[in-house]
Design a protein. Structure first.
Ligand SMILES: *Cc1c(COP(=O)(O)O)cnc(C)c1O
Length: 356
């Protein structure tokens, strides 16, 4: 049976990405060699690296003066690299979930960290608003999409200091203004590629002002100077990312992705709001993520959650169990998720309600 893959990450990739990556693994462009066994310094791989970086720039309209880096270590290593390279005395962080919280923890190794606001006390069910950012902060760090809780900051903020964003789970999901950010990073395994590659989009001029010595591998300038080729890059994951970006381009780019994402999220939230048994755990509609749709059963139906989960699995729904810290359900509907799978999920929710 065909499965509908709602996994939060690693997560669904387009059939286009999987097919072309598999072909390259068997035989890269009729070279008689597998992508997995060629030198990262071969002209074939250098072209793949260049093209992937160029596609980032084209699809996100990245202004000149920014570099695109394809690194390893995941978003989690960026929690440390960001303050290593940017935190002189003080940084400001918005605490919107456990990833944001982990970023805070790492930043504290490097200086003073002010958490400007937190929604932790309500299991991160909203995005805090109306906070003040200390004007002497070296940068302000946000997590634009809170993968675990299903909340999202969908607008590019204007702040008077460097804006740094973890966009692991919403990069390429909506049109954005990169010029508002000084640094954007994320693990690629949510909306781009299999696990193993980490993207960083950094404004070059913000680097190099640090007094502390930075170990070579953790210094962004190393990777800018060497075009993300200082050491062996994760070739297979980068190759897959390139195909995903081709696919985005062929679909009409980020605006087309956004249109699809709004439609997918729209029908799912509409059903959650209509349903007599399900409800959203995100209070403010404006905070609802278009990538990770989190929902629960109403209090009076709580004991039916396990039944629904089993029913949904029986209908081919994979990965919809909510994160252990939230409970309930989470449908991750990343760019590669077809509308038809979301329609199937909605149908499954309706049928379960009717049969109750
Ligand atoms: C998945 C995720 C991470 C962790 O990414 P790793 O690549 O596993 O380190 C960090 N931030 C967000 C928002 C995520 O969704």
């Amino acid at each position: 049976m065909k499965k509908h893959n709602f996994s939060a990450g690693p997560s669904i990739l387009s059939p286009y990405t999987i097919k072309h990556t598999a072909e390259g693994i068997l035989d890269l462009d009729q070279s008689g060699l597998s992508l997995m066994e060629i030198s990262h310094r071969s002209k074939e791989f250098m072209a793949i690296m260049d093209e992937t970086q160029q596609l980032f720039k084209d699809l996100l309209d990245i202004p000149s003066g920014y570099s695109v880096l394809l690194l390893q270590g995941g978003a989690s290593l960026q929690f440390c690299m960001v303050p290593y390279n940017l935190l002189k005395t003080k940084a400001a962080y918005l605490d919107t979930g456990s990833w944001a919280n982990k970023a805070v923890k790492e930043a504290k190794f490097f200086g003073e960290v002010e958490v400007v606001a937190s929604s932790k006390e309500s299991t991160y069910s909203y995005i805090p608003k109306g906070y003040a950012i200390p004007s002497d902060a070296d940068y302000f760090h946000i997590t634009t999409n809170n993968t675990i809780y299903g909340t999202e900051i969908k607008e590019d903020m204007d702040v008077p200091m460097h804006l740094v964003a973890d966009m692991s789970s919403d990069i390429f999901s909506r049109p954005m203004d990169v010029s508002k950010y000084s640094l954007i990073y994320g693990g690629a395994q949510k909306n781009l590629a299999p696990a193993g590659v980490t993207f960083v989009i950094v404004k070059d001029e913000i680097l190099g002002n640090m007094d502390r010595p930075i170990p070579t591998m953790l210094d962004y300038r190393t990777h800018i100077d060497k075009g993300s080729m200082f050491n062996t890059p994760p070739c297979v994951a980068i190759y897959a990312a390139m195909h995903t970006l081709h696919w985005y381009r062929d679909q009409g780019g980020v605006p087309a992705m956004y249109k699809m994402n709004m439609e997918k999220a729209g029908i799912l939230y509409d059903e959650i709001d209509r349903s007599s048994i399900f409800t959203s755990n995100i209070e403010d509609e404006n905070d609802r993520s278009i990538m990770n749709v989190s929902f629960v059963m109403k209090e009076e139906y709580k004991e039916k959650e396990a039944d629904f989960l089993a029913y949904a699995i029986g209908r081919g729904m994979s990965g919809i169990k909510g994160h252990r810290s939230v409970g309930g359900f989470r449908a991750s509907i990343y760019n590669a998720m077809p509308l038809s799978s979301v329609e199937e999920l909605v149908e499954t929710m309706k049928e379960f309600e009717q049969n109750l």
